[in-house]
Design a protein around this ligand. Structure first.
Ligand code: GDP
Ligand code: MG
Length: 356
């Protein structure tokens, strides 16, 4: 099938980007607060907290779509001397590390820091980002020293062991959470390929307007990949029209967009108690079922093709149908991102207003 150059050139990359996985490893001793911290960052319960028994011997794994989060057991213990730990858990194979500690650093931590540099050399020198987090900052306290002095001591110790001026994040997952937003922002800007980072961006729950803006940008950038996948699979002609789209791909695109913004069937029910709902809400909920996508296409396609006809004149038959499908998927995806974003902002602002 002859497709436009744009589609062909980008197709392989789009497929790779869609399938790309992101793997996050949590490293640190049991009780340091790894589970509590990742739950806070993700804004949802990923791991049980306060359970130490199995997590000291087995990795605890969570999979959210293409995002893997693995809570590795502690190393440098009688059970796992450092080398055994590396052998068994292959810690070199992650895209991003969050190292959490709550007390003193140990010699085995120094080995872990050094190992990450060695593993980077094996990966062509690109070191996977490591976030060093001193959790339990709420219990960082001393009669004789100020909090700033204590923090400076921690930073100096980490930098001596890393042999580098790395940042240290101070957090608390206790009664008064602290430092979580700063850490989350740093993870959002981590030096990893966009297709991987996207798997983080779409799977955490937004807690700030900045989060929603970042999700909007990520979702808009992803629309093209779905459109490409749909154009190639597009074997479902829309009855009565010269358009082929893969309704399944479209439906997946729309549900992924919704889910990134934390919108689902329960949101619709919860919104009923509001008297005024933004118009975007209607558009968002109207396209929740596969069937409604079909009727939407039938209604919209004629107008869409009319407006864009000149673009497709050089193509004939199936190719034109696929191109129109591609362009329509992009159009629909972009509109849907904006509607979901607007609705999510409205919900967040109302919840915040109600809490005040
Ligand atoms: N006070 C305080 N308690 C915390 C903090 N982080 C975690 N905890 C508590 O410490 C315990 C162990 O935390 P958990 O996240 O399970 O640690 P993990 O074993 O490293 O996964 C749990 O009871 C948490 O509620 C913190 O920053 N401050
Ligand atoms: Mg844990």
């Amino acid at each position: 099938m002859a497709l436009t150059e744009e589609i062909l050139n980008n197709l392989n990359q789009a497929k790779k980007d869609i399938d790309e996985e992101m793997r996050i490893a949590l490293i640190g001793q049991p009780g340091a607060g790894k589970s509590s911290l990742i739950n806070r960052i993700m804004g949802k319960k990923i791991f049980e907290t306060g359970v130490h028994t199995d997590t000291t011997v087995e990795a605890d794994e969570a999979k959210l779509d293409k995002l893997y989060i693995v809570d590795l057991p502690g190393y440098g213990t009688a059970r796992f001397p450092f080398d055994d730990w590396v052998e068994q858990f292959q810690p070199q194979n992650y895209d991003l590390y969050i190292f959490v500690f709550a007390g003193k650093l140990h010699d085995s931590d120094t080995r872990m820091f050094q190992s990450l540099k060695i593993w980077a050399d094996k990966h062509g020198g690109h070191r996977q980002p490591l976030f060093i987090v001193r959790n339990f900052v709420d219990s960082l306290w001393d009669d004789e020293k100020s909090l700033d002095e204590l923090k400076a001591e921690v930073v100096a110790d980490v930098r001596a062991k890393m042999e580098e001026d790395v940042p240290v994040y101070f957090t608390s997952c206790g009664r008064h959470p602290e430092g979580i937003e700063e850490l989350k922002e740093a993870i959002k800007h981590a030096d990893i390929p966009g297709a991987k980072k996207s798997k983080f961006l779409r799977n955490f729950r937004a807690t700030t307007l900045k989060d929603l803006a970042d999700k909007r940008e990520d979702a808009l950038a992803n629309v093209k990949n779905y459109a490409l996948a749909g154009a190639v699979n597009g074997l479902n002609p829309v009855p009565g029209l010269d358009v082929s789209v893969d309704i399944g791909v479209m439906w997946k695109m729309l549900s992924d967009i919704r889910s990134s913004f934390g919108i689902d069937g329960e949101t619709e029910a919860a919104l009923r108690k509001y008297k005024v709902i933004v118009p975007a809400a209607k558009n968002v909920f109207a396209l929740m079922a596969k069937e409604s996508i079909k009727s939407f296409l039938q209604k919209e396609a004629t107008g869409f093709i009319g407006k864009n006809l000149s673009k497709y004149v050089p193509f004939v038959g199936q190719a034109a149908a696929a191109c129109v499908g591609y362009a329509m998927t992009i159009e629909l995806g972009k509109r849907y991102v904006e509607d979901c974003y607007e609705l999510a902002v409205d919900i967040m602002e109302n919840v915040i207003a109600n809490e005040k």
